[in-house]
Design a protein around this ligand. Structure first.
Ligand SMILES: [Zn+2]
Length: 140
C-alpha cells in the first residue's frame, strides 16, 4: 500500500459522513502523519470560527468532510495524548494488521461533476458522496 492510501485509511476516523457541504478545502501533503493532519485541522477551525466543516484533500484526492464534531470525536478515540505510538487508536479503528499491503484504494466519482473520493474499504453504510449531487459511483 502506498503512503497516500495508508494516510487516507488513517484519516477516515476524522471524517463526518453527515457533514453539510464544505466551503473550504484543506490540502494535506501525503507525507504528514495523522497527528499532524489533526493539528492542521484544529488550527484551521480555530482560525476561522464560522467554518463548521472542511473538505479534506490528500495529494489531490478528496478524502471526505471533517466537522468540528468529528475532529473532536477523533481526538477522543484516536487518543492523541498517548505517549505510546503503538497504542494509537488500538481497538477503535479495527485495522487488519498483516494484510495492509494488499489493500487497494477504491476510487469513487460523482457522475454529475466528476468530483472524486477515495476509500480503502468498500462499506455500504459509508459510501462517499458529492456535497452537491449525492451518491458517487465506484470507478474501480
Ligand atoms: Zn457532484
Amino acid at each position: 500500500m502506498n503512503e497516500v492510501a495508508e494516510l487516507i485509511e488513517d484519516l477516515e476516523v476524522l471524517l463526518d459522513t453527515n457533514a453539510p457541504p464544505a466551503s473550504r478545502t484543506v490540502n494535506i501533503d501525503a507525507n504528514l502523519t495523522i497527528d499532524q493532519v489533526q493539528f492542521r485541522l484544529r488550527r484551521e477551525f480555530n482560525a476561522i470560527p464560522s467554518v463548521p466543516c472542511v473538505q479534506l484533500v490528500v495529494a489531490g484526492a478528496v478524502v471526505g468532510l471533517v466537522t468540528r464534531r468529528s475532529l473532536a470525536r477523533a481526538d477522543d478515540t484516536v487518543g492523541g495524548a498517548s505517549a505510546n505510538p503503538y497504542e494509537f487508536g488500538a481497538g477503535e479503528r479495527m485495522t487488519l494488521a498483516g494484510n495492509s499491503t494488499r489493500y487497494q484504494l477504491l476510487a469513487f466519482e460523482c457522475s454529475e461533476c466528476g468530483l472524486k473520493a477515495h476509500r480503502v474499504f468498500y462499506d455500504e453504510r459509508d459510501l462517499p458522496g458529492c456535497a452537491q449531487h449525492g451518491g458517487m459511483r465506484l470507478v474501480r
